[in-house]
Design a protein around this ligand. Structure first.
Ligand code: HEM
Length: 413
């Protein structure tokens, strides 16, 4: 680990007068270190050109300060319809032609949509959901314990918990879960073709559009009802927002629960710390560290420069694409005390960028935090002898998805 550190520091110190090509992006992870960002990314200079799937060569930015600064910089655009925007996949490039979502719009348009949703995700409101989330988590663990002494933690716990929560928030029947979970997999896969991604987006929109019609006729205390009642939105626009929330609302948290559990189990002293923890502040701190350490929304945040910007001595021209690598920024030794490649649940890491930063930072971070605090605490407290049932390096990691995680997590107790 120390040598990896040394290499990074050396590269970071390089003056980037002549910019080196670092090759294809995203880079492969090292199978022996499944929780670490790819070695090629950690060793990349602070600013460099990379080649992505469509042959274009956006800028890759890797350091904490630069990434954080650019995420909040008004000269940087998240608008996916702008020329030069570096799409992560062919599927996303195709989908945006059907209609842009607020995730890839700039203010003031982006802020107009976001304002319609913020009250549903306020810390106060989300905190009121905590007892209900705890009940769901306890019931899932009860079922696991009743069923024997082994399980796949993804299908038994990590995926159902956030799926139930987002269904309740949105007003989508939980009975639709098999369908939307399947469609979400196609949408976030890096190997889906343009046709497959478009078909999955259309199917998910149709599914939510049906729920929207239902809400218009029979209103409920949910987000889709609230959006339908906003006269400024068409029902198709409501369905498009619903699709973003449904997708982001279950995939991210599910992967964090599963991968986070695996990472903690792989560090027995950290597992012991979490198991013994009763102090909500310390549990919250542990969750921030797991978020930082894993940064599951990998492959960088995608942006495009709308003016000339100098970054660490390199001039980025208007219209050039940017990949802001929050996963390497979160391992930057200049931003985190001690060795950031170590999982240390007592570290002060709340300033991490796992939820990004600036206008597009995660809308539902308060919800994600509560779900993770409840999930880890319940699993580690209630299943004291929980252990991995497969070697760490043999687990099926999601190298093929825009959100990193695990397809399955065999555990035993
Ligand atoms: C641990 C779980 C989660 C992680 C790590 C995560 C991470 C992120 C990140 C990195 C972004 C920024 C994207 C960008 O800048 O391009 C983001 C945005 C967003 N997230 Fe999350 N997220 C999580 C959970 C959730 C949940 C549960 C929901 C929904 C209920 C959600 C909804 C959103 C939305 C709507 C945005 C777009 C915000 C905007 O563009 O203004 N996320 N999330």
């Amino acid at each position: 680990m120390t040598s990896r550190h040394a290499v990074r520091k050396e590269r970071a110190a390089q003056v980037t007068e002549s910019v080196t090509e670092v090759g294809a992006f995203p880079m492969p992870r090292d199978a022996r270190c499944p929780f670490d960002p790819p070695p090629g990314l950690i060793q990349a200079p602070p600013v460099s050109r990379v080649r992505i799937w469509d042959g274009s060569q956006p800028w890759l930015i890797t350091g904490y300060q630069a990434v954080r600064g650019l995420l909040a910089d008004p000269r940087v655009s998240a608008d996916a319809t702008r020329a030069g925007y570096p799409f992560s996949t062919v599927g996303l490039a195709a989908s945006v032609k059907r209609g842009n979502t607020f995730m890839s719009m700039d203010d003031p348009e982006h802020a107009r949509y976001r304002r319609m949703l913020t009250s549903y995700f306020s810390i106060k409101r989300i905190d009121r959901m905590r007892p209900g989330i705890q009940r769901m988590a306890d019931e899932l663990v009860d079922d696991m314990l009743r069923s024997g002494n082994s399980a796949d933690l993804v299908s038994a716990f990590a995926l159902p918990l956030p799926s139930m929560v987002i269904c309740e928030l949105l007003g989508v029947p939980y009975a639709e879960r098999d369908e939307f979970q399947r469609l979400a997999q196609v949408s976030i896969s890096t190997t889906s073709s343009a046709e497959q991604a478009l078909a999955a987006a259309d199917e998910m929109l149709a599914l939510i559009r049906d729920v929207v019609e239902l809400k218009a006729a029979r209103p409920g205390p949910d987000i889709l009802t609230h959006l339908v009642s906003q006269r400024e939105l068409t029902r198709d626009q409501v369905a498009a927002i619903g699709r973003v929330l449904l997708l982001a609302g279950h995939e991210t948290t599910a992967n964090m629960i599963a991968l986070g559990t695996a990472a903690v189990l792989a560090h027995p002293e950290q597992a012991a710390y979490l198991r013994e923890q009763d102090d909500p502040e310390r549990i919250a701190g542990a969750v921030e560290e797991i978020l930082r350490y894993l940064t599951i929304v990998h492959h960088g945040r995608r942006r495009v420069a709308r003016a000339e910007i100098a970054v660490d001595g390199t001039v980025i021209k208007q219209g050039e694409g940017l990949i802001l690598a929050i996963e390497s920024a979160n391992r930057d030794p200049s931003a985190f005390e001690g060795d950031p490649d170590v999982l240390d649940l007592t570290r002060a890491s709340r300033h991490h960028l796992a939820f990004a930063f600036g206008p597009h930072q995660c809308l539902a971070q308060a919800l994600a935090r509560v779900e993770l605090q409840v999930a880890y605490r319940t699993v580690f407290r209630r299943i004291e002898t929980l252990r991995l049932d497969t070697a760490l390096t043999d687990l099926p990691y999601k190298h093929d998805m825009r959100i990193y995680g695990l397809h399955e997590l065999p555990v035993r107790w």
